[in-house]
Design a protein around this ligand. Structure first.
Ligand code: UDP
Ligand code: MG
Length: 332
């Protein structure tokens, strides 16, 4: 905390080719920070950190310009486009040392800024993570709504713990960010990682608007890649499905064998058909079982190489020191 006991807040905004929205975004975010300052909810050292994710347009020069005229604006420029999640992480890691809490938000301001105050209030109540959750998806196109919701359902089905209808609009405390550094994986899916960290968390609900300018930087191709990354970074269920399929096929091969033998006995077959039928199913099943088994080991290796922390300690109580002991019991 800063000297006057108000938390230092940093807003982290990843930006990729956002020249169309940035000036307005900066204006609105500055107002939000000023407002929070007047209400004495945050420290005056609070900042907005724009991360330029290797934009090809004027994004960086807009950030530079405002940096020299606006005390709240700071910037970070990535050498090349690293993708939304990596740009966000770069911003979070940079902000970590300078702030008590960080809120990540997209540059297009689709997420409602009015709930930032509630984020801060929840943080001051002692919450370490505050998830911004969308109330409805009315403003989305049918397609986006359908794909996004299928995505959350699929993730849940695969055993990945994600907060429903929460994107990357969230508040995180300093200690959560410090623990985030222990997750050293390359395929970053922050939405799946933050729930793994733990601590006291809560949700704040809001309505999401449409992008007020510019276009989505997440075309279908990137969206699918992101979803695929999310699932394969957190779940070995797809591998297990192969094993299950193999066993099912193996079981089917037994039924088919019985059927084929029955046909053979009743003389209802042509020469070569029984052996062919049985081998196809039997070998097919055997191969899938074998593949699934190899997959299980690959799954284990994959979990090992991630080297994720196995636990995170929230607090520790130690017994009193020798000095305290003497003071308490011997001297008195
Ligand atoms: N973004 C980024 N790098 C990329 C793609 C996107 O930093 O490679 C940023 C983008 O500038 C925006 C945020 O990530 O601030 C979310 O992107 P967008 O709003 O286009 O996604 P959508 O809301 O359509 O899912
Ligand atoms: Mg957007």
């Amino acid at each position: 905390m800063s000297s006057n006991n108000q938390p230092i807040l940093t807003l982290v905004i990843p930006c990729y080719n956002e020249e169309a929205v940035l000036p307005e975004t900066i204006k609105r975010l500055t107002l939000v920070l000023k407002d929070l300052l007047y209400q004495n909810l945050i420290s005056k050292e609070s900042k907005i950190l724009f991360v330029d994710d290797g934009s090809k347009d004027n994004t960086w020069s807009i950030i530079q310009e405002h940096n020299s005229s606006n005390i709240f604006v700071s910037g970070l420029k990535l050498a090349k486009n690293a993708g939304h999640q990596n740009a966000l992480l770069a911003g979070l890691m940079n902000a970590k040392t300078k702030s008590d809490c960080v809120i990540s938000i997209d540059a297009d301001l689709q997420d409602d800024l009015n709930v930032i105050k509630e984020f801060i209030q929840q943080y001051r109540e002692g919450y370490d993570v505050v998830y911004g959750v969308r109330k409805s998806r009315d403003t989305d196109t049918f397609f986006k709504r359908f794909t996004a919701q299928s995505f959350y359902k699929l993730m849940r089905l695969m055993g990945v713990n994600v907060v429903y209808n929460h994107a990357d609009y969230r508040l995180m405390s300093k200690r959560v960010l410090e623990h985030l550094t222990d997750f050293k994986e390359t395929n970053l899916f922050l939405r799946g990682l933050i729930p793994l960290i733990g601590f006291k968390t809560t949700e704040v609900y809001y309505d999401r608007n449409e992008r007020f300018a510019g276009e989505s930087k997440y075309p279908l191709k990137k969206m699918l890649a992101f979803a695929f990354d999310g699932i394969t970074s957190f779940s070995v269920t797809p591998i297990r499905l192969i094993s299950v399929l193999g066993f099912l096929m193996f079981a089917t091969s037994l039924i088919i064998a019985a059927y084929v033998i029955l046909n053979k006995v009743t003389g209802n077959t042509v020469v070569g058909w029984p052996s062919l039928m049985i081998s196809i199913w039997f070998i097919g099943g055997l191969q899938l079982v074998a593949l699934g088994l190899i997959g299980e080991y690959i799954g284990k290796i994959y979990k090992e190489v991630k080297r994720r922390p196995k636990y995170i300690i929230e607090a520790e109580l130690t017994s009193c020191t020798q000095k305290q002991f003497e003071k308490e019991f011997i001297m008195s």
